[in-house]
Design a protein around this ligand. Sequence first.
Ligand code: 3H9
Length: 690
Amino acid sequence: MTGTGTDYSVQGGIAVIRVDNPPVNALGSHVRLSLNELMRRAEADAAVRGVILTGTGKVFVAGADLKQIDAPRSGPSINDLLAFVEGMTKPVVAALQGLALGGGYEIAMGCHARIAAAGVRVGLPETTLGLIPGAGGTQRLPRLVGAAAALDLIASGRQVAADEALRLGMVDAVTSGDLLAEARGLLDRVPRPLPRLRDRTPQGPAGDLPSARAAFEARAVALGQGALPAIRAAIAAVRDSFDPDFDAAIAREHAAFHTLRTGPEARAMIHAFLAERASAHVAGVSRATPRLSVAQVSIIGAGTMGGGIGITCANAGYTVTMVETSAPALEAAKTRIEGVYIGQVSRDRLTPEAAAAALARFRWVQGLEAGVAGADLVIEAVFEDMGLKKEVFAQLDRLAPPSAILASNTSYQNIDELAAVTQRPDRVVGMHYFSPANVMKLLEIVRGAATSPETLATVLDLARKTGKIPVVVGVCYGFVGNRMLWLRTVQTQRLLLEGCSPRQVDTVLTDFGFRMGPCQMGDMAGLDVAWRLRKARGERMEPVDTLADAGRWGQKTGKGWYLYPDGARDGVDDPALAPVVAEVAARLGVTQRAVSAAEIEERLLYPLINEGTRILEEGIVERAGDIDVIYLHGYGWPRHRGGPMQFADARGLPAIVATLDRMAEAQGDDTLRPSALLRRLAATGGRLID
Ligand code: 3H9
């Protein structure tokens, strides 16, 4: 590779321009400037009769450089490049040797013809980042595949395999032979005058668009609020492709792209994309870190959580031993797990063969000794009780092969204390799955003080192989997600006491973009769960425990914060609830009042954010983005709001600090005071996200 991110060579009268900008050949400014220059060089070189544009590695070009998306631009743009290519006297063929996404596929559309290696995928995923294609994609794709199909591809952002791309007309040829040789052949066949998409009119009657538009707007709503501005802009831009003034439509597309790029949704969604990738980088772990080989996983405790973990492992090809203390418990687990597979087959999520193959990977064993013999990884998923967990860990250490990793699925407990009861603290780690474990993507991987890089690397690999999004966190009570969520729980209860209805509280969060609010979540999970734990500890939380006392446990008892007549899943408001809560408030001396939606939002989110900054301060996570990944994938934080840390930056740290101070005063609760980190960043104009 040269410093330009490109390579240029002339072979037999054909200039081959190769993008070579690892890791994904993104269109950084150096690549953009160099492509502009190299096309001009090829056009000017009398010895060149045609140009092949190709890439290096698995990716042709992954599109705009998202890490530079905010950098000021100078020099010719990709639109300038494509306008130049379309005006060239020599044919240019895009030879797609790997994925062509976003700006990458837009460049290919600006060439005179396109050929793809078999196995290549192409697509315009910009809407998934809150953007629209901004280098002519909304104008050229309708001319290639028709307006309705173009809108479908742009609004879904889906990647299209080579065969389908050929069928749709997105590429002119697909080859499993020598791509460059085939591209040369295609160059010779390009008709004269050179075909330019700008000269075509979009295929398909313009009249089709209104109905397509309605369908896409409906889809946009279903996708969530984050996608809406981008999808609406995409609909408008594709409609614009019927304007015969191509250059004017391109200019409008560019303006719309720019508006979205600098808007809140795209900023948040691009951050989410990059944070997900950044969280894969873990201090002390690299590709060179040795891995322990894992084929057999033993799961101790075959309850709902253990069963879910077993399913994810079996689906990924591991042999899974489910371990229980009694035969009936094992039998119940077996029935439950088989039920999950039957459900997946009946919903067409899995073929009967795949379900049978996964089930065949399970072994059902009673007792620890037989259960962990031969295990490479043991995941403990017993009742959340430290005494019990320590006992289990001490036994596991005696019984499991000395090389085996011992993981705990605890949601709260101290991994170092568990490691201390074993002779292999380097091989002890936390694997905090979220319920239901076979569905939820997030996995908090808890690194203890002694956890070795090999152990971490091994469980990280397993997590990815099982389709999880792992985030490494340090030891603290509740780790990252639950520790922060507790602050929201406290505020929810205080808001309810102060006179907010469950609906008011929930609506603020669903308007924010969450699928559910805290009361709806509580009703779903069961209000009795935490109530029982508190009772055992002699603690109380109001008003929720008054509801639990009265048997209002949520959906399972037909009433909780809401009523669920006839087993309904969506709760209806209960007029009898407010007086019950008002009585508790009066007993506790809490004055009820009208609380604004803005205050509810601040109280539900700012203390949680504040706790996130303490977690960051304590080094429990490596970077603020890791907290966001945890909230995006484990707690339903809407993607177009970036995650709690990105949201805090966007909202403005000084405003959050001032509000937290006010809240601490008003509630007489100094734990609500802003963290030192938050205060410092707010005072110095700093940000949580680098
Ligand atoms: C666009 O094109 C706008 C245009 O319409 C208009 C302007 C021309 N930029 O995902 P991975 C990094 S919008 C910068 O783990 P994989 C990533 O952060 C763009 N960096 O690999 C990571 O870095 P690190 C439309 C990027 O093999 C490394 O590459 N395009 C970009 O699993 C590896 O990433 C898209 O939305 C980027 N565009 O998957 C495509 N992409 O090593 C976005 C990745 O520091 N990209 N990185 O952690 C992808 O979907 C996947 O990365 C891809 C490879 C499928 C390409």
